[in-house]
Ligand binder design. Sequence first.
Ligand code: A3P
Length: 286
Amino acid sequence: LIIGEHGYKHRLLDSRVMPPFITPTRYALSRRIRTRDSDICFSSYPKSGSTWLSYIIFLLTDSASARDTIQSSLIWVESSWTYLRSEAEVEAASEPRVFKSHMPYDMALGGVPAENKGRYIYIARNPKDVVTSYYRFESGKSWTGFYDGGWEHWLGMFVDGKVQRGDWFHHVLSWWEASQRAENILFVKYEDLKRDTTAEIRRIAEFLGKSQLTEERMTEIESKIGFEEMKKDKFSSLGDVKEFNQFFRKGEIGSWKDQFTVRQSEMFDQLCEERMSGSGLHFDYE
Ligand code: A3P
């Protein structure tokens, strides 16, 4: 375990920065999972809308009602924390098994997603909102060692890929590139889901083989996954863990504007230009 400036805790796994609760044993288990045709595995860099996506998946596959909450329904193999399940429980979980992960493509659940059975969905969000949301979420939390370094310091760590979960650019681009080649990987953007909710839910439904869903059911699903609705919903509540309260913070595009200075914003734009040009991947920032 590494304890850096401001008490910031992380672990190195395959030379990558990870939170302390991603243990080598759990990670090894996540890599050797043999996925099945019915499996749905979603991944994201933290704070990119993964809880939102997971609820959409549970609703589309009609598995939200039969189970308790998002937290108890998800299988998050690499984590040794509250979502812990044994290998036997992972095997025996009811189908479709819905796997959560925050790993980059080369550390993904099940080895090499493009060669696996099952469907993978990756959700990405513009990095200015990600680093802002991540800062609000991680400051003062037990798993970060109650980090109190402040925004400027956080931004510097994010840019250097030193926050838990490491380099955002590598994470997102690794999945983006894989999704361009593999039919079993769907790449979703938070901003599209926010702006074009109906069309994006249809795209996800189609990918999951659920395009036969009625208009009525689609409207019902859409009414449940709005920010305010999800915040109140029993299924999407994240249980008793108080530290989770910021899973529903603002739910908007562009809240980075309350956080970045003009100079920081210009520096960040320049960085995005350098790291992402030629990738064909673009984000909306407002
Ligand atoms: P903000 O902190 O910007 O509000 P994750 O689930 O991957 O940790 O992502 C959390 C982010 O998704 C938070 O962003 C949260 O508010 C936002 N979010 C959660 N549910 C949402 C919803 N139904 N609609 C829009 N945004 C949502």
